[in-house]
Design a protein around this ligand. Structure first.
Ligand SMILES: NC(=O)c1ccc[n+]([C@@H]2O[C@H](COP(=O)([O-])OP(=O)(O)OC[C@H]3O[C@@H](n4cnc5c(N)ncnc54)[C@H](O)[C@@H]3O)[C@@H](O)[C@H]2O)c1
Length: 365
């Protein structure tokens, strides 16, 4: 990143924190995290790179933290004009489909209005830069493959697939993608968009399928599978995603979109069973009535999510051939690393399970 100064919005979230750890651990970038710390913001995820979660102070001279809402124009103004970034990675969002079914308003506010507010601030700041800095500046927006809608049994999403979002979450992300493109096409702001598939890995908030299943297994609780568990997602290890984001930032062409996915399609039931198999090996069920009890025995089928998209699958050819990205993990290696991480890091997830979210069903509509 060549000494770049980076703003990372949503840097206390799951993917944002992976990106910050990568930027500080493997590049010489200086980072300002801008995060409102909603229920999903976990400053403990940045402890290993020097953030004090209690005070939000940092022992790392290359890391600082601004607790602020991206909808607050005055705070965003201060962030840009005081920190003077070379680039911004915009990840702050409401991100959970089930919560968007229960309360869509916050999704429209943060994902749509928040993105527009950031674009306006970035544009005002960008206009003050000299020609070289202007040409080098990037506004990188991190989005989802869910904007493309749902696939049948065949085919893949490419960068040219028409938008067809179905949930309040994906509709709000689609709106934000359109705003980012409009700020590029109308004002010339050098933007980049990445649309990725489902991420998984360490520091994943336990409302999402993979960490929820791991932690319910450890607590001997039922493993909820929506419908018949037949919905297909294309799983991407979060550290591979973070590396893709840096690569796109460095080499991507302004105005372009890049899809990020690892060709790891699995049905939800396959995902749950894969986690159970790794846990049977690493942490066999303790105290189960039957000595040979498997974690799989905890699977419980529950009512499906309303409007549940059947299948998502990404064609990452553009990112691979034009920019040379290649994931390091496949699903088997990534899920093993993830399960091991949760086994080793109860200090991180236990307080979240006890104080923020204990696994109750969300988003029944
Ligand atoms: N997790 C996935 O599988 C996935 C897949 C595709 C795209 N994405 C996108 O990637 C981005 C990051 O996803 P994630 O899974 O890390 O999300 P997350 O929910 O774990 O983190 C979101 C972060 O944004 C912060 N935030 C929320 N509202 C804010 C506001 N108004 N102002 C400032 N900060 C705010 C939260 O405090 C949190 O730290 C999102 O834009 C999401 O749409 C995620």
């Amino acid at each position: 990143m060549m000494n770049k100064r980076c703003i990372v919005t949503g840097g206390a979230g799951f993917i944002g924190s992976a990106l910050v750890r990568l930027l500080l651990g493997e590049t010489d970038a200086t980072v300002l995290v801008v995060d409102k710390l909603t229920y999903a913001g976990v400053p403990e995820s940045l402890k290993e790179v020097g953030l004090d979660p209690a005070t939000l102070g940092s022992s790392n001279p290359r890391l600082s933290f601004l607790k602020a809402d991206i909808c607050d124009a005055a705070s965003m103004d201060r962030a840009f004009f005081d920190f003077r970034p070379d680039t911004i990675f915009h990840l702050a969002a409401e991100s959970h489909v089930d919560r968007s079914i229960d309360g869509p308003g916050e999704f429209v506010r943060t994902n749509v209005t928040g993105t527009a507010t950031l674009l306006q601030t970035a544009l005002a700041y960008w206009k003050t830069l000299d020609a070289t800095a202007k040409a080098a500046f990037r506004f990188q927006h991190i989005s989802t493959d869910e904007v493309y809608g749902s696939l049948g049994d065949e085919g893949f999403f490419t960068e040219k697939t028409p938008y067809s979002p179905h949930s309040p979450y994906s509709a709000s992300k689609a709106a934000s993608d359109h705003l980012v493109r409009a700020w590029h096409d109308t004002y010339g702001l050098p933007t980049l968009i990445t649309n990725c598939s489902n991420n998984y890995g360490p520091y994943h908030f336990p409302e999402k399928l993979i960490p929820l299943v791991i932690l319910n297994c450890l607590d001997g609780k039922p493993l909820p599978v929506y419908g018949k568990g037949a919905n297909v997602r294309d799983w991407l290890f979060v550290e591979d995603h973070a590396r893709a984001l840096v690569l796109v930032n460095e080499k991507g062409v302004p105005g372009e979109t890049y899809n990020v996915g690892g060709h790891n399609e699995r049905t939800n039931l396959e995902v749950v069973k894969a986690i159970c198999a790794v846990l049977d090996e690493l942490r066999p069920r303790a105290g189960a009535p039957n000595l040979h009890a498997k974690h799989e025995d905890l699977i419980t089928y529950v009512a499906d999510r309303p409007g549940h998209d059947l299948r998502y699958a990404i064609d990452p050819t553009k990112l691979m051939t034009e920019l040379g990205w290649k994931p390091r993990e496949n699903f088997e290696t990534g899920i093993r690393r993830t399960v091991k991480w949760y086994l080793d890091n109860e200090w991180w997830w236990r307080p979240i399970r006890e104080k923020k979210y204990s696994g109750q069903r969300l988003g029944k509509g």
